[in-house]
Design a protein around this ligand. Structure first.
Ligand SMILES: Cc1cc2nc3c(=O)[nH]c(=O)nc-3n(C[C@H](O)[C@H](O)[C@H](O)COP(=O)(O)O)c2cc1C
Length: 256
């Protein structure tokens, strides 16, 4: 038992996102096993679905849409969705006036996102246990309308995250994380100082530069600090995009 838990811990502590894969495909039985492992995660209403994408045409369109070649290079591409459609149909069996047919369901919404995350992470860890690497891609949220129509998702099924899985063709180092002291609090919450936060950002930026991270994956000469500053900046265009994403989500039942 101790050896088994040590090996699970080793898997968790050594996982890193993999963005270069050997082309070898993953068999349908392994795909089913991964999804079954995902389903064993703690859950509330199991408001998630996963779509396996094998159609080369769809993959090429996704790559074109996002300018991200992982869509065509990943041996296994899946899209994890929040599925309030099925859950609402299931609730219809119990009562016609239920929370998913009402205008606000903040708890169910947050829990659905949360359980879809647990589902996804279980798949990631199961894949690691079988020797596969993976990376999550958040294009599904940014390009929700395009992804939805490309994959013909019905209303109530919201694209959440793409998951690329395959045999790793790279050995990247562990990526930086916030110091444990910023995450772990005892008895009461401790807010980190501006200096601590700045120090972390600079250290993370240095570590990622050492790996050549942005050059390798985004062909960018920016430092991580510069990249992050740009990524989080808000202008009129970002505000417009966010407002369109919010209404798409709302229309699909993601109501907080
Ligand atoms: C919600 C979410 C969205 C992500 N989106 C992307 C993405 O679009 N492209 C990408 O290359 N990596 C993406 N990642 C992977 C993160 O960049 C990666 O997990 C993080 O940099 C830490 O690196 P590590 O996983 O190697 O420890 C995403 C991860 C999460 C959890």
């Amino acid at each position: 038992m101790a050896a088994r838990s040590r090996s699970i811990l080793r898997i968790i502590m050594n996982r890193r996102s993999i963005r270069a894969f050997h082309p070898k495909k993953i068999s349908p039985s392994v795909v089913r096993l991964l999804v079954e492992a995902g389903q064993r995660a703690p859950c509330t209403y199991q408001s998630y679905s996963v779509i396996i994408i094998e159609n080369e045409d769809v993959k090429s369109k996704l790559a074109e849409l996002t300018d991200d070649q992982l869509f065509v290079k990943a041996p296994l591409l899946m899209l994890i969705c929040i599925d309030f459609r099925r859950t609402a149909l299931m609730f219809d069996q119990l009562t016609d006036k239920h929370v998913l047919r009402s205008d606000r369901h903040p708890v169910e919404t947050i829990e659905a996102i949360f359980e879809a995350g647990l589902f996804a992470e279980n798949i990631v860890i199961a894949a690691e246990a079988l020797g596969y690497g993976s990376v999550m891609l958040d294009w599904a949220l940014w390009m929700n309308k395009e992804v939805s129509s490309l994959l013909r998702l019905p209303k109530g099924v919201t694209p959440l995250i793409f998951l690329c899985i395959g045999l790793s063709a790279e050995k990247p180092p562990l990526r930086p994380r916030l110091p444990l002291e910023m995450i772990l609090h005892h008895e009461e919450y401790r807010e980190p100082s501006a200096e601590e936060l700045r120090k972390y950002i600079e250290e993370a930026s240095m570590k990622l530069a050492k790996e050549n991270y942005l050059k390798k994956y985004a062909n960018s000469n920016k430092t991580y600090l510069e990249y992050l500053s740009e990524k989080i900046a808000v202008d009129k265009q970002v505000e417009k995009l966010n407002s369109s994403i919010s209404s798409f989500l709302n229309n699909n039942g993601i109501k907080i």
